[in-house]
Design a protein around this ligand. Structure first.
Ligand code: NCD
Ligand code: ZN
Length: 436
């Protein structure tokens, strides 16, 4: 990288004046190069995040999807709803090998955390062999609840032997917590009694309720023991049902569980902004090609891997002010004069609320100690700490750089329309880690 000046403050905030195109030979870049070179911009450093819920698919597109995730994340929990599903030790090992093979020579270190799709046939021996193969989690999909779940679980009692064995082996139970027969907006709430049944019956089982979408689910997870946690996606933090069907139909905002009411979203935001360790990031990035989204029976799922971290940075910056009480830190954020508070509106997806992003905080280049802003602390806890702690994994040792460099999200990645396609985002994310 050709730098004229680089100041690294102890806080991890840098200001850089760059001339000429940067070299990215040793770094993966979530977003494309900025349009304007040679300007001064802010850089924040963040412990490299983990994504505890991602779909990498299979076949030809697996490598591209994997690289998009690895551009921002050191580890990801890979969902098993491929066709056929990941359900045996052999299948899990094969899938891991395919994922590893999809990491290009320029991809930084990336560790896929493997899961398997739970079925009644998972007896103690089957679970033991999955544990030996390194399974991190078993995923419960109620039958018919989402993409490729026709072969899902019909009754939770049928997998009790598997849950018993998972508890013994320390394998986490991940749940797509929707009751498929309920009205679509009530499916998550309707599932919660089953969650409570499982938690009561298996007192040492660690459980993650995936992609929360309702206030009811936030309350339920809060009320359960500390071995019960939840992932929250960036799209459930940003969207409501209005962004899907409130105006024209927006198929690229359609996912399971469907985005809900402003009150539900407010509760999800509260759980995250409170810094509650039970709630951590899982993107549920779920690519489907444009043809499979823009058609008569469009698939559920948002492709968020390329935009999740830039969007989370905007979200935390906007919502964690110097005076905000965040569980991860206290006190006023001296030096939190970043960016003038513009960026995306809270009503993301309506196509408004974007700031100019031009030269917002040149003062960071003028030297002096600058305190690490609270929003970076809060974001780091959500994306880089709480999930790893729950999964009993060491924190990642590397870092990503969040550069305030506006860029426009491409219309497509590998034939898939990403979340926020065509919109301007304020941060680029670059991994600094060494390649493995
Ligand atoms: C996911 C997919 O496409 O695999 N879709 C989605 O809407 N989230 C499956 C899932 O996690 O439900
Ligand atoms: Zn998913």
């Amino acid at each position: 990288m050709n730098l004229e000046s680089l100041t690294l403050y102890e806080s991890g905030i840098e200001a850089i004046t760059r001339h000429g195109a940067p070299s990215v030979a040793a770094a993966a870049v979530v977003s494309p190069e900025p349009k304007v070179q040679g300007d001064t911009f802010e850089v924040y450093r963040l412990r490299t995040p983990d994504d505890f819920h991602v779909h990498l698919r299979q076949g030809q597109s697996l490598a591209a999807y994997t690289q998009d995730v690895a551009a921002g994340f050191a580890r990801a929990l890979v969902m098993p709803n491929t066709l056929p599903p990941v359900a045996t030790a052999e299948g899990l090992e094969q899938y891991r090998t395919q994922i590893d093979a999809g990491l290009g020579v320029h991809t930084p270190g990336f560790l896929p955390l493997m899961s398997f799709k739970l079925a009644p046939r998972h007896d103690a021996a089957a679970v033991a062999s999955l544990a030996a193969a390194g399974a991190t989690a078993g995923k419960l999909y109620p039958a018919g609840v989402t993409t490729n779940s026709e072969d899902g679980v019909q009754s939770i009692e049928s997998i009790f032997p598997a849950l018993d064995a998972m508890q013994e082996h320390g394998i986490v139970l991940c749940i797509h917590g929707e009751a498929p027969d309920a009205f679509c907006l009530e499916r998550e709430t309707a599932f919660l009694s089953k969650l409570e049944t499982i938690v009561a019956r298996f007192p040492r089982l660690r459980v993650v309720l995936e992609h929360l979408s309702t206030a009811d689910a936030v309350r339920a997870v809060r009320d359960l023991p500390s071995r019960v946690a939840a992932t929250i996606t960036v799209h459930h933090l940003l969207l409501t049902l209005d962004d899907l069907i409130g105006g024209e139909l927006r198929p690229h905002h359609f996912c399971k569980p469907v985005v809900k009411t402003p009150a539900d979203r407010a509760m999800l935001r509260e759980a995250v902004l409170n810094g509650e360790p039970k709630f951590f990031f899982g993107s549920d990035s779920a690519p489907h090609t444009r043809e499979h989204k823009e058609c008569d029976c469009g698939c559920a799922g948002l492709y968020t891997a390329p935009v999740a971290l830039p969007l989370l940075a905007e979200f935390f910056e906007q919502h964690v002010g110097p005076g905000t009480a965040v569980g991860t830190g206290t006190g006023a954020g001296g030096g939190h004069a970043v960016g003038g508070g513009n960026g995306h509106s809270s009503d993301h997806g309506n196509g408004n609320g974007h700031g100019s992003g031009e030269g917002a905080a040149v003062e960071f280049g003028s030297g002096g100690q600058v305190r690490r802003p609270e929003w970076i602390e809060a974001m780091e806890a959500f994306v880089s700490r709480y999930g790893a702690q729950f999964y009993q994994l060491p924190l990642n040792s590397g870092h990503v750089r969040l550069e305030r460099q506006p860029w426009t999200v491409p219309a497509e990645y590998h034939g898939v329309v990403p979340f926020c396609a065509g919109e301007e985002l304020q941060f680029r994310v670059i991994r600094e880690d060494e390649r493995s």
